[in-house]
Design a protein around this ligand. Structure first.
Ligand SMILES: [Mg+2]
Length: 377
């Protein structure tokens, strides 16, 4: 079997259901890659976490360089192709370069599962057939990727949390750590207000998007320790292992991070005992590399969990690996998946399950790529 077509498209202006407390965003976007084989099988991946790279650059990079490199190759030789792509396109494995080879690798693993006739989570180990799921909410303001929207007021946050709990969600994450005018006391007050309204049994997590100094992150931790926070994601600048390790020594709140780079970046977090949880994301480093990271973390008795979106593409990693744990449903991103794919995993009462279809099970709706794609000018 050979790869005969690779095509990347950026989809935008996709109508989505806005978050409970807001009228915006009502439109989503996604950069999607398709890899087609001469046997008619199509694998599909998404490009995540490009670090602000304009989509035109990503789409052109794939369609002009990475795609032609893959055409003619056997798609199921994932380890070989991963290593070839990294050497050719991502020797400095960060940002868009890493995300692009990651997206290609996801599409190749999708094909591999479809060829085997098995859902990917089974193919990579099949540890569990359901996965605990959390919803990320209150996304807005300068601390998130949704920064074109104003930060939530405390009242809006509380309203949204209440709504999600009423819908049966039992695990929630929100954002802290605004970078222009840091205010850990206000962040803590917001977390306390959410804890108040959701009660003692809902899991609560916070994500600083690597925006905080050690001093501010430590202050926030001390104020939030009584609130029973399940984990604190990306607390400090650049996910620096040294700073994370210093923070971790001084707080009882478990720390999680998703560093830039491949397995060596994760090894550093583990060796320096900087985190309690590592967060490989297949939309930024692919399945081949995420499986390696998960196995390495297992040797340190550290679980993995999903952060930074693309939950439905990550579900097979969390279900397949022995140290798999939580899957994220980032509100805007989740609604975009609903709009684009024929079927997608959904969170229900704190749990989700992989679709029982070969490969990733995530195939775009017929005509959706043509309808929403933007052509580079
Ligand atoms: Mg995050």
């Amino acid at each position: 079997m050979k790869i005969c077509r690779v095509e990347a498209n950026h989809l935008e202006n996709i109508p989505i259901t806005p978050p409970p407390a807001r009228k915006e965003p009502s439109r989503g976007e996604m950069t999607i890659v398709e890899v087609e084989t001469d046997s008619g099988i199509v694998g599909c991946g998404v490009v995540g976490g490009g670090g602000g790279t304009p989509w035109q650059v990503t789409v052109e990079f794939i369609n002009r360089y990475v795609g032609p490199f893959l055409v003619g190759q056997d798609p199921v030789l994932t380890e070989r192709l991963w290593n070839q792509m990294v050497r050719q396109f991502a020797r400095r494995p960060t940002g868009m370069w890493a995300s692009v080879v990651g997206a290609m690798d996801v599409a190749l693993w999708d094909i591999k599962g479809k060829v085997a006739g098995q859902p990917l989570w089974q193919l990579i180990g099949g540890t569990r057939d359901k996965v605990p799921a959390y919803v990320s909410f209150g996304l807005g303001g300068p601390n998130t990727s949704a920064s074109q929207y104003p930060a939530y007021t405390r009242d809006e946050l509380v309203e949204e949390a209440k709504h999600l709990v009423t819908q049966g969600h039992t695990r929630l994450k929100t954002v802290v750590g605004r970078w222009e005018i840091p205010d850990p006391d206000e962040d803590a007050a917001r977390m306390a207000a959410i804890r108040d309204v959701v009660g003692p049994h809902v899991w609560l997590m916070m994500d600083a998007g690597s925006n905080m100094t050690l001093h501010d992150a430590l202050r926030l931790c001390k104020l939030c320790e009584p609130l029973h926070i399940t984990f604190f994601e990306e607390p400090v600048h650049a996910n620096d292992p040294r700073t994370l390790a210093a923070l971790r020594k001084q707080t009882t709140i478990p720390l999680a991070a998703n560093p830039s780079g491949f397995r060596v970046a994760y090894r550093e977090l583990l060796l320096q005992e900087a985190v309690d949880i590592v967060q490989p994301n297949v939309a930024t480093i692919g399945y081949t590399e995420s499986i390696a990271v998960a196995n390495m973390a297992q040797a340190f008795n550290v679980p993995i969990c999903n952060g930074n979106g693309s939950g439905p593409h990550n579900i097979h990693l969390q279900a397949g690996m022995p140290n798999g744990w939580l899957l994220e449903f980032h509100y805007h991103n989740w609604q975009t998946y609903e709009a684009i794919f024929q079927d997608t995993p959904r969170p229900s009462k704190g749990w989700t399950a992989p679709l029982n279809r070969p490969g990733l099970g995530l195939d775009p709706k017929v005509g959706v790529i043509k309808e929403f794609r933007k052509l580079p000018r």
